[in-house]
Design a protein around this ligand. Structure first.
Ligand code: GSH
Length: 217
């Protein structure tokens, strides 16, 4: 007897990486996926593995069931949410929250997540090894400052855009676990801190958060 197999997504990812936000969305949408794990930020073999599908050698890289390659976490999250409007994980086109949704998705991507590319290897921006620690501190300061700017501008109630959880909340919950880590994030972004604590407690994501994102400390 023939059994029908659901079309699967393939995600190049890693625990404690931005790819966990993609896993969260796939989980909430009930979409089947396989993960190819590799800590690209410090493992050359992992970078090489992704290279064939993403020359930037980064995770997340998502292969859609038809074979199309998607990179850029914000675009992946928005694309998945938009493709499944019934799940209400993004304000749809025409919704009054749509502009602010796009604004903050892009902000997290470009003003915060993009800075980790420098931290991954400071020589990428011409900094010598001797200045590595100072540069990483400066990157952490810039990230904190940008979280504070966002915190100042938003009015969560209780999620960032209002009553409903969106992929923006998931994105902030995941990226805020990176250096300079949650403790500092809670201090610099108190309103967003309340949001991520709520997202951390989302029962449908409890296993994912425990096994792939949140550390015990
Ligand atoms: N612009 C990318 C950034 C992705 C990114 O920085 N991924 C990290 C892991 S969290 C990575 O693969 N770093 C390896 C490197 O840049 O060499 C996105 O938004 O998806």
């Amino acid at each position: 007897m023939m059994t029908e197999t659901a079309a699967r997504y393939t995600l190049y990812g890693a625990p404690h990486s931005g790819a966990v936000a993609v896993e969260a969305v796939l989980t909430l949408l009930g979409l089947p996926y396989d993960v190819i794990d590799g800590e690209t930020w410090h493992d050359e073999a992992a970078r090489d593995r992704v290279q064939g599908v993403n020359p930037r050698r980064q995770v997340p890289t998502l292969i859609l069931p038809g074979g199309e390659v998607m990179t850029e976490s914000a675009a992946i999250l928005i694309g998945l949410a938009d493709a499944h409007p019934a799940a209400r994980l993004a304000p749809p086109l025409g919704d009054s929250r749509r502009f602010q949704f796009l604004r903050w998705m892009m902000f997290v991507s470009s003003a915060i997540y993009a800075l980790y590319w420098i931290k991954g290897d400071v020589a990428r921006v011409g900094v010598s090894e001797a200045d590595e620690d100072r540069t990483i501190d400066a990157v952490h300061d810039a990230i904190s400052k940008n979280w504070a700017l966002m915190d100042e501008a938003v009015s969560p109630a209780p999620f960032i855009l209002g009553a409903e959880l969106t992929v923006l909340d998931l994105y902030v919950a995941v990226i805020s676990t990176f250096g300079p880590w949650r403790e500092r994030f809670y201090e610099t972004a108190p309103k967003l801190a309340a949001v991520v604590r709520r997202v951390d407690a989302e029962p449908r994501l409890a296993t994912l958060w425990r096994t792939r994102l949140l550390r015990d400390d």
